[in-house]
Design a protein around this ligand. Structure first.
Ligand code: T3D
Length: 274
């Protein structure tokens, strides 16, 4: 799949581009490309912090309506870079997770804009967590998913133990996490880990097509993300309250006005995301 080249931007908000995280913008879609292909995009602190910063920047930038996360080369993300100094015993893994993984996962989840993981190859360990944290996963047919943590004697982290049972149920989550077996794209689709599988050659195009459609959504799309995520932890009474709050915000948006006007005049609305 072709990968975007780093670009400079003339618009006011500059989104992080580093050698390990490329960023490119097109028609409201910000694509963040993990760029350590020689290690299948293994995660270093620099990568983790750059993804978090990219998502936080996207939150503040009105011209970004959708974020896509993908990987350069044949891998999506192989999880923590195991050559980067991680050791058993004295390593402060808890502090490392808190300082670098948690901010990235929270930046993705708290961004009130759709996030699409375009899974171009293996997603292992925290690389799978990264894919699961996104709102949507489109996979190329050569994509694989591995709860690799158990293969090296660790537990799922970076949100995998949260996202996985919610996506596939507890028994499947336990099986995937305890056995750490490789799940191919067809199985991932069957399990509900991904919502679409396309030919590898068409992944970039299919992702762009999907993301561009999402980028035309109104302000309420971000509120929908908020509501659906909240619903996983709320009872019905609480969730009905949250719906009222969100609807109040949506009803005061420019896009609701545009939607009503378009309906009355029998036109297709053009939403600005405001
Ligand atoms: O620090 C903390 O806070 C703890 C957090 C932990 C979170 C985690 O993510 S734990 C899980 C870490 N990830 C893994 O355990 C996966 C390790 N990688 C693999 O098991 C395999 O590489 C794959 C199944 C992902 C792919 O296999 P394959 O056969 O397609 O590729 P390969 O030949 O194994 O890998 C290609 C190269 O990438 C190879 O380097 P080389 O030999 O060509 O110089 C390989 O060593 C390197 N590589 C792959 N994954 C990693 C990596 N190097 C460093 N870290 C990696 N995670």
């Amino acid at each position: 799949m072709p990968h975007p080249e780093p670009r400079g931007y003339s618009d006011p908000m500059s989104i992080t581009t580093t050698s390990v995280l490329l960023s490119a913008r097109d028609a409201g879609v910000l694509t963040l490309t993990l760029n350590r292909p020689e290690v299948l995009n293994g995660l270093t602190d620099e990568v983790l912090d750059a993804v978090a910063e990219g998502c936080r920047d996207a939150a503040k930038d009105d011209s970004v309506r959708v974020v896509v996360i993908t990987g350069a080369g044949r891998g999506f993300c192989s999880g923590q870079d195991l050559r980067g100094g991680i050791t058993s015993g004295d390593a402060d893994i808890r502090g490392h997770l808190r300082d670098h993984y948690v901010p990235m996962i929270k930046a993705i989840r708290e961004l009130e804009k759709p996030v699409v993981a375009s899974v171009n190859g293996v997603a292992a360990g925290a690389g799978m967590s990264l894919a699961l944290a996104a709102d949507f996963r489109i996979a190329g047919e050569s994509a694989t998913f591995i709860q690799a943590f158990v293969r090296i004697g660790l537990v799922p982290d970076a949100g995998s133990s949260y996202f996985l049972p919610r996506l596939v149920g507890t028994a499947r989550a336990l099986e995937l996490a305890m056995l750490g077996e490789t799940v191919d794209s067809a199985e991932a689709l069957r399990l509900g880990l991904v919502h679409r599988v396309v030919d590898d050659a068409h992944l970039a195009h299919a992702t762009a097509d999907f993301a561009t459609r999402l980028a035309r959504a109104p302000r309420s799309a971000g509120l929908i993300k908020r509501l659906i995520n909240q619903s996983l932890d709320n009872d019905l009474d609480t969730q009905l309250e949250r719906e009222g709050e969100a609807q109040d915000i949506a009803a005061h948006s420019d896009d609701f006005g545009a939607g009503l006007t378009a309906f009355m005049s029998k036109h297709t609305p053009e939403f600005t995301g405001h």
